[in-house]
Design a protein around this ligand. Structure first.
Ligand SMILES: NC(=O)c1ccc[n+]([C@@H]2O[C@H](COP(=O)([O-])OP(=O)(O)OC[C@H]3O[C@@H](n4cnc5c(N)ncnc54)[C@H](O)[C@@H]3O)[C@@H](O)[C@H]2O)c1
Length: 415
């Protein structure tokens, strides 16, 4: 299926009998999902509100948003008001969330999963994604999960396991790596796979942009509230820019190669971020040399730097017979943020190919994490070393009464 979703063949290790069981489960799931699909959203911030709009788009028939969950009431209310008052009738008319289906707090996601929602959109900051995705699949719901999959290898493994379980249960799993649903990418990468630029010799990936929004700490906010509300800048909440945003470009590179790197050698630093709580403990730039099993190198550059610096967000593939931007041989189509939700609903109803992008999302995330691990330690990191690593940076216990000190800022050679 052109790499935009996981087929049984891509899943590889699933045996024939297990594959048949998964196919049967998918048929059964499709039959029970022909009526109205009830949607729940976990993480009602900017992207979550956008994802709700995207799945309620007019092309998706018989979908209703019925439940919301967020750790903070003001975020949930902002999302609910915005959707209920949307000028597009397809969105406001199909936002039917009553007070009993609004859940607030750190366990709100579990309460939402106890309702009769069929599909759950998770758009929380990355630290919470593995826990939520695991719970969504355990509850037997279809998944849309924003990128990245996790912030550490332990979280990545949880998402891989959840994706495999989703396959066994016939549950669809679409990821917020929307380039996989963008026609320019889909058509161009298909042509690259068909040999349009010859043998792929080298690749480059860039997410060099300005730094994202930040928030000053307000009076009365505990450590945890501040970390979650200003989540971009702490390693354990966002994974750092290489994981949080560059994952998009790394996913495209893995897609071109139909695989993942076997090693990485990286460096980076903290060039401009003043050492203040608001800017957390992450580095602001990473440069990585990834090597794939066939010897192809991919050079990756990611940074969050202030205004006045040049930005660049793109990919480039050099082949033996040409060069491609990964979009230059395709035609533009439907907005990929919308297309991914059309593909999700079609997958759930059996009206289109089955989508399970959980493993691809997890692999792109691990690619980014191994780059960060190499930069922070100053060591070459192998894929298997990262995949099997016990590195777990999200605190076991999340409690508004506990303290979550910032740092230390990584120093190569220390870890
Ligand atoms: N695909 C894309 O291009 C794209 C674009 C933007 C953001 N994103 C992703 O979407 C996610 C959210 O980003 P955002 O910009 O919307 O951030 P945001 O801060 O606006 O929204 C996050 C929301 O999640 C809530 N939240 C945090 N922890 C929670 C928990 N444990 N349980 C329930 N709710 C919780 C927050 O209160 C907030 O309302 C991130 O993973 C980000 O990478 C993807």
């Amino acid at each position: 299926m052109n790499g935009r979703g996981m087929t049984r063949r891509d899943f590889g290790k699933v045996g024939l009998a297990a594959s048949f069981a998964a196919w049967t489960a998918r048929r059964a799931a499709a039959e029970t999902n022909s009526d109205t699909l009830r949607i729940g959203l976990i993480g009602c911030g900017g992207r979550g509100t956008g994802a709700a709009r995207d799945i309620l788009n007019e092309r998706n028939e018989n979908v209703q948003l019925i439940a919301l969950a967020d750790v903070f009431e003001d975020r949930l209310n902002g999302c609910r008001n915005s959707l209920e008052n949307d000028g597009d009738e397809a969105i406001s008319g199909r936002t039917n969330v009553d007070d009993e289906h609004c859940f607030v707090g750190l366990n709100a996601y579990q309460q939402l999963l106890e309702t009769d929602v069929d599909v759950v959109l998770n758009a929380t900051p990355p630290f919470a994604t593995p826990r939520h995705v695991e719970a969504i699949v355990d509850a037997g719901k279809h998944v849309f999960a924003e990128k990245p999959a996790a912030v550490d290898p332990v979280g990545v493994r949880r998402v891989i396991a959840a994706a495999e379980k989703a396959e066994e249960q016939g549950l669809s799993f679409v990821a917020g790596t929307q380039r996989r649903h963008q026609q320019e990418y889909v058509q161009t990468i298909e042509q690259i796979h068909d040999g349009a630029i010859g043998e792929v010799l080298a690749m480059q990936a860039y997410w060099c942009g300005g730094y994202p929004w930040s928030r000053e700490r307000e009076e009365g906010w505990s450590d945890l509230e501040y970390r979650i509300r200003n989540w971009n800048f702490y390693s354990w909440t966002s994974g750092a820019n290489i994981v949080e945003q560059h994952v998009h470009n790394l996913d495209v590179m893995n897609w071109v190669k139909n695989g993942h790197p076997q090693s990485v050698f990286a460096s980076g630093g903290r060039a401009w971020m003043p050492e203040e709580e608001i800017y957390g403990d992450i580095w602001d730039n990473f440069s990585c040399d990834f090597e794939y099993p066939d010897g192809t190198h991919m050079y990756s550059f990611s940074r969050w730097w202030p205004g006045g610096t040049d930005g660049s967000v793109h990919e480039r593939v050099t082949g033996s017979e040409g060069v491609s931007s990964c979009t230059d041989m395709g035609e533009s189509g439907i907005n990929p943020f919308v297309q991914e939700h059309i593909n999700l609903v079609n997958s759930i109803r059996g009206d289109g190919p089955y989508c399970n992008e959980g493993r691809e999302l997890a692999h792109a995330t691990l690619t980014a994490i191994m780059g960060r691990m190499s930069a922070y330690t100053g060591r070459r990191i192998l894929w298997n070393e990262a995949l099997e690593s016990d590195l777990s940076i999200v605190p076991d216990e999340l409690d508004f009464d506990l303290e979550y000190p910032v740092g230390p800022i990584p120093v190569p050679g220390d870890a």
